[in-house]
Write a protein that binds this ligand. Structure first.
Ligand code: SF4
Length: 439
């Protein structure tokens, strides 16, 4: 059997395709060389195939900066199964590339794969009739698909669809996360990635209406065992040394005990490299942050989203029993606690939401100025299929006003003075951090 090819297709010209972003729904960044996550989904798929002794190769055209032509030339001739990763935000370009590839490699069997296809399959069929799609979570389904192809027909695999009426419209989680092997990063040009990722959980039980994670990962939240996650981080540090790693988990602190256990397990393994994670504010407290910091968490990406109470309500951001004041006070406390501990808190806020007003945006600027996170990221609201949006009018804020306010938001960041030492661990690091924080 010829090796299966796992392909992260090229970015469209002048852009960067981040197919792992937003829970696998994808992000398209303007400009080449932009931020993208390493292709963890494909690395899991590769590991599953290798575990079964099946031959597999991989091409990451995004990391290698390949053009369409260059990526095609990297695809071997002959009968091959080429699994192309796709996402909601990159789908149009993914299909365009598949059409080029189908002409250049007529003997190859192309299979478009990615969780977002559950929502987008019909569009894909309209553009590229007959292109088979893998419907669902790739790491759990890839084995069945490759075995079907080896037997002679992809149609034997029930998760491969070719007709629009076979698209489900909602992601159904497909497997047990602890059954997955460690991602096969060595199939990919991992030396090109500035960091590597390790997954804690998939999905989230909350229902923030703007959120793509619950669309791309489903419900309920499914966690790996904290021991396995810590083992994987220690393995990454040993086998794929990087200056930092990123815990991929939309809400790791949703289960406080799970995250505390993970922090302790990471410490037990003596991991020295800093790692980053994310959370919504209400899940965090000082004790948990302290444990995370002791385990090497150097950056906390905090989803604050907005300080506009009407928007927080309308988009179902507030937890039952929480009002805007409590939410923002708690977020401020988390940001300050991060600063005290030496964790760089990156506050994420959203703009461009239907229903937003200039006053509401200014409230967010005011919040950021008072709270003073070490870093600020401003994200424009993006629509994804499957979202249930509140009945609100589009934002009346004019583009140039929005850009000015976004600049104000960004300039509210107060970089952490201990940043040089946030990687310092143990007694000496602690002493020096204390001295700096006092100053
Ligand atoms: S808590 Fe975070 S991951 Fe969960 S639904 Fe809200 S925004 Fe999405």
């Amino acid at each position: 059997m010829n090796p299966v090819i796992l392909l992260n297709p090229p970015s469209p010209p002048g852009m960067t395709a981040n197919r792992e972003g937003s829970g696998g729904m994808g992000v398209l960044v303007h400009g080449p060389g932009g931020f993208f996550y390493p292709p963890q989904t494909l690395a899991y798929a590769g590991a599953v195939l290798l575990r079964e002794g099946l031959p597999v190769e991989a091409v990451d055209a995004v990391a290698e900066g390949l053009t369409y032509d260059q990526a095609v030339s990297r695809m071997p001739e002959g009968e091959r199964l080429i699994i192309c990763h796709a996402s909601a935000k990159t789908l149009e370009h993914d299909l365009e590339f598949c059409r080029v590839l189908a002409v250049a490699r007529p003997d190859a069997m192309l299979l478009l794969a990615g969780t977002a296809l559950v929502y987008f399959g019909a569009d894909a069929f309209a553009v590229f009739p007959g292109l088979p799609l893998l419907r669902g979570e790739v790491p759990y389904l890839v084995l069945e698909v490759v075995r079907a192809w080896a037997r002679g027909s992809l149609d034997d695999a029930p998760t491969v669809v070719r007709a629009r009426d076979a698209i489900a419209g909602i992601l159904t989680p497909a497997g047990n996360p602890d059954s997955l092997p460690r991602p096969a990063w060595d199939l990919f040009p991992h030396y090109r990635y500035p960091f590597l990722t390790f997954q804690g959980s998939w999905g989230c039980d909350h229902r923030c209406r703007y959120c793509p994670y619950v669309l791309g990962m489903g419900r309920p939240r499914r966690s790996r065992s904290p021991e396995k996650v810590a083992d994987e981080l220690a393995w990454l540090e040993r086998e794929f040394p990087k200056p930092r790693y990123m815990l991929r988990d939309p809400a790791p602190a949703a289960d406080r005990e799970w995250l505390l256990t993970l922090a302790r397990e990471i410490r037990k393994r003596g991991v020295r490299t800093p790692w980053e994670c994310e959370s919504r504010p209400e899940h965090l407290d000082v004790e948990l942050l302290r444990e995370l910091h002791r385990a090497g968490c150097s950056v906390m990406k905090l989803g604050v989203e907005s300080a506009d109470g009407d928007l927080l309500q309308a988009w179902d951001r507030l937890l039952p029993g929480w009002d805007t004041r409590r939410y923002l006070d708690h977020a401020t406390g988390v940001i300050h606690a991060c600063r005290d501990l030496g964790i760089a808190c990156r506050a994420f806020v959203m703009t461009g939401l239907p229903g937003e007003t200039e006053e509401g945006l200014q409230a967010t600027v005011g919040f950021l100025k008072v709270a003073g996170p070490a870093l600020v990221s401003v994200k424009r609201f993006a629509r994804y299929p499957g979202q249930s949006l509140p009945p609100l009018s589009p934002s009346p804020v004019e583009a140039h006003t929005l850009e000015r306010i976004e600049s104000e938001m960004l300039s509210a960041a107060r970089p952490l003075r201990v940043s040089l030492l946030r990687q310092a661990r143990g007694r000496v690091g602690k002493l020096v951090r204390r001295m700096l924080l006092r100053g």
